[in-house]
Ligand binder design. Structure first.
Ligand code: RAM
Length: 522
């Protein structure tokens, strides 16, 4: 029997052993490369810098490590680039024999603020355990120390917390053994526009560092496979590393562990065993169809797609159950659909758009794989679009969402991407959006991606380029060498988690400018 039932507190999940086996066979090779400290830096309060901190080089790292340190001393290393990997170092004593253990504290920062602002002040609602730090106690010196956890950082603060007054310590061979499943060769693309070339480079490094045993959402947090992130990573992978087997593995992973009714989870853990999270998101599950469709377009791997097609189709069926008799997605207050991090965002309108968008993709797949159902899918699509049009508000010139008839960016963007109207009307809607920006804005690079996609769709290429430059370019101006999970140029400290230091600063869903730049040869 290929299936196994597993119950947790509130959901029944079904495991499919043959999909698990296929996913396991596709485990990618991890590539390692050693990188070394570049500079020792000091932090400077700088109101023009992101979060008010900038770095000043104190010395080259090489020179610094001839120095002996005593209790209470600390320093910050800049590795010169963002990376993911395992830290090792050699520690030696100087002076009298070490008559007490050495206690050393490590704080890892993707950004300067993580090494500048004490973690003890953290008051967000996500677990503090995500903050990257480590205490090492060394009993016997000299010692070669290999930290076993994987960290993700550019800056490393080392504090010599406690030694005895009779000895000091020296550090040598501080090495970060980096890890990624992205291969060395990436499709080469050079934009003629220097700013876009820089943005492309940062996007590619972002994807590179998120490519591990799965496409992780962020190597700092959550370090796991999320469907919404996977969808965008797979796009960028198409124009960069072309690791289609990793996309295939992720498709099998989602298929391998589904809810009793067949719904795929929003995210998957792979260790110690493959297990789906008990979080289900309306839009993310639907995107399984889009990931499969895009995988098919890229690879023409009919065998895999045929095998996974019933699972994709099931996502559509489940999503349709949420529609009323007119074909309108019913609303709810829960965290039922993701769309964007925004407390006030009503998600009905955008979810209607996502549903239509994915039914359209299912229809295209059905034309190849199951022509007998295309007529009925076409009918469903028309019905859903008709229902979407009832959300149109003539007075404001926007689509509304929810009982309070909320106007948001998200709803307009998804109605455009879903092609609810013909092109001239989509263009009018986009112009309305640009001329009268709704109060319910975009908070994540994730929704921004869809905004840019909608601009391209409505033929506003120059506006799209300007927006990429103004948004992702602004992160680059702030010194980002990978793109951040959250960024609001008007309020750079924004975090849906209650603190900027828990945000991820190398985040999958933020790496998509490379796709636009390469796809449209910008
Ligand atoms: C957060 C992460 C992840 C995203 C989910 C919805 O946990 O940022 O990337 O997909 O939210």
């Amino acid at each position: 029997m290929a299936q196994e039932i597993q119950k947790n507190d509130h959901v029944v999940m079904v495991k499919d052993k043959s999909f698990i086996a296929k996913a396991e066979k596709l485990l990618p090779t991890l590539h390692h490369k050693a990188i070394y400290p570049q500079d020792i830096i000091t932090l400077i309060q700088d109101p023009t810098a992101i979060y008010g901190w900038s770095a000043k080089v104190v010395s080259s790292a090489h020179e610094y490590f001839t120095k002996a340190f005593q209790s209470g001393e600390s320093f910050i290393i800049d590795f010169g680039q963002h990376a993911v990997g395992y830290l090792s170092f050699l520690c030696q004593s100087v002076g009298s024999p070490p008559d007490a253990p050495a206690h050393i504290k490590f704080t890892f920062g993707e950004t300067l603020c993580e090494v500048a602002e004490p973690f003890s002040q953290y008051q967000g609602w996500l677990s503090k355990s995500w903050l990257q730090q480590h205490d090492e106690y060394i009993d016997i010196l000299p010692a070669k120390v290999d930290l076993t956890r994987r960290y993700c950082f550019r800056y490393l603060k080392i504090e010599v917390v406690s030694l005895s007054p009779k000895y000091q310590i020296k550090f040598q061979d501080i090495t970060l053994n980096t890890v990624s499943s992205a291969p060395d060769n990436c499709v080469i693309y050079q934009s003629n526009d220097p700013q876009l070339a820089k943005i492309d480079k940062v996007s590619v490094l972002t994807l590179h560092n998120c490519m591990q045993e799965v496409f992780e959402d962020g190597p700092k947090r959550d370090r796991r496979l999320w469907l919404g992130d996977l969808r965008l990573q797979a796009l960028v992978n198409d124009v960069t590393f072309k690791q289609y087997d990793l996309v295939r593995r992720c498709l099998y992973l989602f298929a391998s562990h589904r809810r009793e009714d067949g719904m795929v989870s929003a995210n998957i853990f792979v260790k110690p065993d493959i297990i789906a999270d008990d979080t289900f998101l309306y839009d993310y599950s639907l995107f399984y169809v889009d990931v499969l469709y895009n995988y098919f377009l890229q690879t023409h791997d009919e065998q895999t797609v045929k095998e996974l097609w019933p699972i994709a189709l099931r996502q559509i069926e489940i999503a349709l159950e949420r529609c009323d008799k007119h074909g309108l997605v019913t609303d709810s207050d829960d965290w039922w659909s993701f769309i964007d991090w925004h407390e006030a965002l009503n998600k009905q309108g955008a979810s209607q758009g996502v549903l239509i968008y994915c039914v359209d993709k299912a229809l295209r797949l059905a034309q190849q794989l199951q022509p007998a159902i295309t007529a009925s899918l076409q009918q469903t699509l028309d019905h859903l679009k008709q229902a979407a049009r009832t959300l149109w508000d003539d007075k404001s010139g926007f689509y509304v969402s929810g009982a309070d008839r909320q106007v948001s960016y998200a709803t307009q963007i998804w109605m455009i991407l879903a092609e609810v109207d013909d092109l001239p009307l989509q263009q009018t809607l986009m112009r309305n959006l640009l001329n009268s920006p709704p109060a319910i804005n975009m908070n994540t690079p994730y929704l921004r991606h869809h905004f840019i996609a909608a601009l391209f769709k409505t033929g506003m290429q120059q506006q799209a380029i300007d927006e990429i430059k103004a948004y992702w370019g602004k992160m680059v101006d702030y010194g980002a060498d990978t793109f951040w999970e959250l960024f609001d140029p008007q309020n750079p400290s924004y975090s849906p988690y209650g603190s900027k230091i828990i945000n991820s600063y190398c985040h999958a869903w933020s790496c998509t400018p490379a796709w636009f730049i390469r796809q449209y040869s910008l």
